[in-house]
Design a binder for this molecule. Structure first.
Ligand code: NI
Length: 186
């Protein structure tokens, strides 16, 4: 297994619509395992493949907080086939939107259909935090982000800050590379 780099806003790949998985093969299973390890390492409770720059309809979720309560879900080609009219609000965050949390309202209960690791069709009902996390992750597959639910002002503020952070990181990486090449030349 491997820990994969997580891409963050404003990386334009996060806005891509992910492609359905046609066959659950060894490559897909490896990606699922790597995504789970990456999510645990972050740490996070949900991760969509596009967040590791793979535009495929794959999601891993685990809302268990400790080793004892871990129960990973592997969702391939997941879709919401039913959603309650009742809504609930959670304070959400996202590994691709570092250091920002805000309240988002979503259906309180959903039914999900997906393929499992054996390629078989499965369905399950989710409520509470699990319902929120699964809907948040499925939104990634459409190129969406939880900040799309916020006011334009709030969203622009977050994107502006993260764009600055990305620019600083780029400059720092550039300076580091220059320093290293100078040292190598000395
Ligand atoms: Ni997210």
């Amino acid at each position: 297994m491997a820990i994969l780099p997580i891409i963050t806003v404003p990386d334009p790949r996060l806005r891509k619509i992910s492609e359905p998985v046609e066959r659950v093969d060894a490559e897909i299973l490896t990606l699922l395992d790597d995504m789970l390890e990456t999510m645990y390492d972050a740490p996070g409770i949900g991760l969509a493949a596009i967040q590791v720059a793979e535009p495929r309809r794959i999601v891993v979720v685990d809302i268990g907080k400790t080793d004892e309560t871990r129960a990973p879900l592997f969702l391939i080609n997941p879709e919401v086939i039913w959603a309650s009219e009742e809504l609930s609000t959670y304070n959400e965050g996202c590994l691709s939107v570092p250091d920002y949390y805000d309240d988002v309202k979503r259906p309180a209960r959903v039914r999900i259909r997906h393929l499992d690791r054996a390629g078989a069709v499965q369905e399950f009902d989710a409520e509470g935090l699990l319902a929120t996390v699964v809907q948040h992750e499925l939104e990634h597959l459409e190129g969406g982000l939880f900040i799309d639910h916020l006011s334009r002002l709030k969203r622009e503020r977050v994107v502006k800050r993260l764009t600055k952070v990305a620019r600083y990181d780029e400059i720092a990486a550039h300076n580091r590379a220059e320093r290293e090449s100078e040292e190598a030349g000395a």
